[in-house]
Design a protein around this ligand. Structure first.
Ligand code: NAP
Length: 331
């Protein structure tokens, strides 16, 4: 028997722990081509909120009464699959479940000698690749340009900001907590970090932080923060629409400034992207990121919750800004 966390009901607005429930299930016998594993670390990610709604998106909705799935790492305890040994750590899309029997082809063995295991859910996983390809393919940075990043102290933001610094850009981060601001400025050497929660005039703060205007905006949050930054863009600016977390719990469609006029006058590009668009190039991105990590040029940090039953609480914490860096749960 093992425990599994289900979507009990679809959240309206901000999710609560009441939207989740736990049940016990019996694990099947191990078949050929399968592995048995214990779940080691799970990633909780903002996009999972969209999957809790019953509406079409780029990934199918979770079903009420069925387990939540997310990126995770497991330790193989029994194997009937070639290339998967007992004691290997593997990653894949896993149900929120303590013990698993899974088909091996959906899993990838993780080499924990390269970096700490948790990095494969962060800087050497989906969030790191998102920062890398968003900047490379849409941002197209030039040395000396000003790059503004919202959600700057999160899993994607801290990688994006450091990559922009490595490219010789002036980097301005926006985040919602003084500890995060200090980390961005003192540890990651962002040129300016703005606390959007304690700043009374965000547009004025962005203007002061970007005396030469904004060339690239890496948008993780959207909403009023996006409005304040987009009003400051330069000619030929690139706006990378990576995420819109400020809208994920919205119960009605908010209306902001209509930005087309600004894009027109500034000959600017605004482009959304989903990291899966670049899946064929993941090896290239991972190799570049791994090299920068091993050279000590990219730092990374996690916020870790402990215990299987903490998964819902950890997920909800993303919308409360409780994480610095990647939010993970050690099972
Ligand atoms: P994260 O930044 O580690 O965690 C979420 C952070 O968002 C929180 O810590 C909080 O930080 C901030 N936040 C929460 N609610 C907010 C609000 N109402 N207004 C402003 N900020 C808010 O998450 P992540 O994994 O790095 O993801 C960042 C963004 O990228 C998300 O929007 C996510 O959906 C998106 N994403 C997109 C792709 C893609 O393929 N396009 C891939 C990965 C992630 P503060 O303390 O600063 O408020």
């Amino acid at each position: 028997m093992t425990r599994q966390i289900l979507l009990k009901s679809r959240p309206v607005g901000v999710p609560s722990v009441d939207n989740f429930s736990i049940r016990e299930i019996e694990l099947p016998q191990l078949a050929s081509g399968q592995v048995r594993m214990t779940t080691h670390t799970m990633s909780v990610d903002p996009y999972m909120r969209g999957r809790m709604n019953d509406s079409p998106s780029y990934v199918a909705p979770f079903q009420v009464g069925e387990p939540i799935f997310g990126g995770g790492i497991g330790l193989i305890t029994e194997s009937r699959a070639d290339g998967f040994e007992v004691g290997n750590y593997v990653m894949g899309f896993l149900p929120w479940q303590e013990e698993l029997v899974m088909d091996a082809p959906g899993l990838r063995v993780v080499d924990e000698t390269i970096a700490p295991l948790s990095y494969f859910l962060g800087i050497l996983g989906m969030p790191g690749l998102t920062a890398y390809f968003g900047l490379l393919e849409i941002g197209k940075l030039n040395q000396g340009e000003t790059v503004v990043i919202s959600g700057a102290a999160g899993a994607v933001g801290i990688v994006a900001g450091q990559l922009a610094k490595i490219q010789g850009c002036r980097v301005v981060g926006i985040a919602g907590d003084d500890n995060k601001i200090n980390y961005l400025r003192d540890e990651l050497h962002f040129d300016v970090a703005i606390n959007y929660k304690s700043t009374s005039d965000l547009e004025a703060a962005v203007t002061a932080a970007c005396p030469s205007g904004v060339d690239v905006y890496f948008d993780n949050v959207g909403g009023a923060i996006g409005d304040a930054v987009i009003s400051q863009i330069n000619k030929f600016a690139r706006i990378i629409i990576c995420g819109q977390i400020s809208l994920y719990n919205a119960t009605s469609q908010p209306v902001g400034p209509r930005v087309q006029d600004i894009l027109l006058k500034k000959s600017a590009l605004m482009q959304g992207f989903i990291i899966g668009n670049y899946s064929e190039r993941f090896p290239e991105g991972l190799s570049a990121l791994a090299q920068l990590v091993s050279n000590g040029k990219l730092k990374y940090i996690n916020t870790t919750y402990h215990g299987f039953e903490k998964l819902p609480e950890a997920f909800i914490a993303l919308f409360e800004g409780k994480n610095l860096g990647k939010l993970i749960v050690e099972i």
